[in-house]
Design a protein around this ligand. Structure first.
Ligand code: F6R
Length: 615
């Protein structure tokens, strides 16, 4: 949450303010309540900031015209103080010579504000962040240089932060520091520039050479040099750079109206890539799980729905019961009852979701659990807390509402479940061979949904887009698809949606059913199919409109439904048992077109942001 992007260079040809503005736009998925940029030029800070989205602010304030070769910008997801101009970052000190941008929450901000106000500092915002600029001001007045002052100021701060600090009187460098909030450094030898950003897409079109800053580290960035220090010991730290594998155009819309549509169209190719990751990665992960006695799987939001699919696939193939736990509930749910020799599978797109990190830390530190993660971002915090990692092949996901990441997460979990079954000899070789063939065929099914069914799904979405309420119902392995379909629709199209296990719907939810209430059933022809028909009949009897996601060859449920979304997979039990990999995608497309039809920006849903780094 909150996007940070700073640049340090000596190259006079670089349009630094423009590059910062463009980088911030690529980070807008992290928050879009307000934005601002500060530049150092002529030993002065030049600041522009306002509430709203970067494009609108830029049209008014013209960020690109700001002078200077060193600067930093911020796009905000409001925590402390409403999303108004005065709370937009950067925040200055009393002298107007020190600027700070911040992602995270300073837990002791009230105390700091009180103490600094008592010492005569005037606060201009309601934020926690502003305290840091006043602290640095005091320390610089005492004779410390910018890095020393930043270090001492950070020692006074409790909580989570990705911080970038610059000062007019120290015009050759900026200071960055992190604890529990992401920060990554980009090294652009070709342009003679160093970047600091909360996520790689900020600088992806400029460089693919990156340096990871770990928790409790700070760095001084100069145009041709990065010096990293441990925040706790102040000792220098050596760190090698690495090459980011994501393609440069992944952070651009490439002619699509929205990132979400571009990313939805990438799903078949990304799932194909996931299915073909090196066997050694899967084996190491599978063996770590086989060695454990108790199994948990944890995540938030969409990634949690991938866990629900994972649970079903593990039970179906590996015959292992994996308990899904929302990461924000992990500690409370397992208080004093996690068993020895447990493994926790954590699933995350960003690898920075604070609740997920806290869950795995709790499991590791208190119970010595093994942590195996399915993560999209190389070098993210979760990868560093994990014993084994599978990197998903989604590439950068810029739309706030996750979709291609989900499809790759479920594919990765399916690969692991199948591999465990193979390694444990639970599946005859010919059966496993059949599953492998079907798995290899899944991307073609997804591709067919995209090329041949998308327009039909769009029409359907437009037909139902204005409905205020929906139920998404399913049984067994498809409950994950129902949950994800409901979440996607809710978060980008703003209708009230709820997902239930279909059998549970008669225990309360059915009370809401009146004539024409839309109920979406996820109905692959698996062993839940006949029982699901009973639930469809119950809803129909009360006037509900039935929309069903069914196999292309389906007849029975098709007869009962008003509308269907058809999944073009072969009539083959192996494909049917892989339904969690195919039945969610059309519901994501359905949500996208409903949102667009309702006039909403699906890339930036109201009140949401990606990479939730607050508790
Ligand atoms: C919903 C969505 C969120 C994330 C959740 C976890 O579309 O994107 O629910 O799935 O915040 O984020 P990661 O996967 O980054 O841990």
């Amino acid at each position: 949450m909150c996007g940070i992007f700073g640049i340090v260079t000596q190259s006079k040809d670089l349009p630094v303010a423009k590059l910062i503005r463009e980088g911030l736009q690529r980070l807008e998925y992290r928050g879009y309540d307000s934005a601002g940029i500060v530049m150092i030029s002529d030993h002065k800070l030049h600041l522009k900031k306002d509430a709203g989205r970067i494009n609108d602010i830029n049209a008014k304030l013209h960020f690109d015209e700001m002078p200077g070769l060193i600067g930093m910008g911020h796009t905000r997801w409001a925590t402390h103080g409403p999303p108004i101009a005065k709370n937009a970052h950067p925040h200055l000190d009393c002298t107007g010579k020190i600027a700070v941008i911040h992602n995270g929450i300073l837990e002791n901000f009230q105390q700091l504000r009180k103490e600094l106000s008592a010492r005569g500092h005037i606060f201009k915002s309601d934020t926690d962040t502003e305290a840091v600029s006043h602290l640095v001001e005091e320390l610089i007045k005492k004779g410390l240089n910018l890095r020393e002052a930043a270090l001492e100021a950070i020692k006074c701060c409790e909580g989570a932060f990705g911080l970038v600090i610059c000062a007019a009187d120290h015009p050759d460098s900026i200071i960055v520091a992190r604890r529990e909030s992401p920060l990554v450094i980009g090294i652009d030898k070709a342009r003679g520039a160093i970047y600091a950003a909360s996520d790689i897409p900020a600088f992806l079109p400029l460089t693919r050479t990156a340096l990871i800053l770990n928790d409790n580290e700070m760095a001084e960035l100069k145009p041709d040099q990065v010096d990293i220090y441990d925040l706790l010991t102040d000792k220098p730290v050596k760190r090698d750079s690495y090459e980011v594998e994501w393609s440069i155009d992944a952070a651009e819309k490439g002619g699509y109206p929205y990132f979400m549509l571009k990313e939805l169209h990438e799903v078949p190719a990304k799932v194909k890539a996931q299915i073909h990751i090196p066997q050694s990665d899967i084996d190491a992960f599978a063996k770590a799980i086989i060695g454990a006695s108790h199994f948990y799987i944890t995540a938030a939001g969409t990634a949690y729905h991938a866990c629900l699919a994972g649970k079903a696939l593990f039970a179906r193939f590996a015959k292992i019961f994996v308990k899904p736990i929302l990461c924000s509930e992990f500690r409370d749910e397992l208080r004093d009852c996690m068993k020895p020799n447990s493994v926790v599978i954590a699933v995350s797109q960003s690898g920075e979701t604070l609740d997920t990190l806290e869950a795995v830390r709790y499991a590791r530190e208190k119970y010595n659990a093994k942590v195996c993660s399915v993560v999209n971002v190389v070098g993210s915090s979760l990868t560093r807390y994990s014993d084994h990692v599978i990197i998903t092949t989604a590439g950068p996901e810029i739309a706030v509402a996750s979709q291609k990441a989900y499809n790759t997460q479920v594919s990765a979990l399916c690969l692991i479940a199948l591999r465990i079954a193979e390694l444990q000899g639970q599946m005859p070789v010919d059966v496993s061979q059949k599953y492998r063939e079907a798995l290899n065929g899944v991307p073609a099914v997804l591709e067919k949904i995209r090329t041949e069914h998308e327009q039909k799904i769009k029409k359907l979405a437009e037909k139902y887009a204005k409905k205020p309420n929906f139920y998404f119902l399913a049984r067994g392995a498809s409950v994950a698809a129902a949950a994800e379909g409901a979440l996607k629709f809710k978060e980008i199209s703003y209708s009230h949606t709820e997902a239930y296990a279909a059998g549970e719907s008669k225990h309360g939810p059915i009370a809401l059913i009146v004539k024409d209430f839309p109920v979406i059933f996820v109905a692959p022809p698996d062993d839940t199919y006949e029982r699901l028909i009973g639930n469809i009949m119950e809803m129909k009897a009360r006037g509900a409109t039935i929309i069903a996601t069914v196999a292309e060859y389906d007849e029975k449920i098709t007869e009962l439904a008003t509308d269907t979304i058809r999944i073009p997979h072969p009539k083959d039990e192996y494909y049917v048992n892989l339904s969690p990999l195919m039945y969610t995608y059309p519901l994501q497309i359905f949500a996208y077109y409903a949102a667009v039809h309702n006039g909403h920006d699906p890339d930036k849903p109201r009140n949401l942001a990606k990479s939730v780094t607050v508790k």
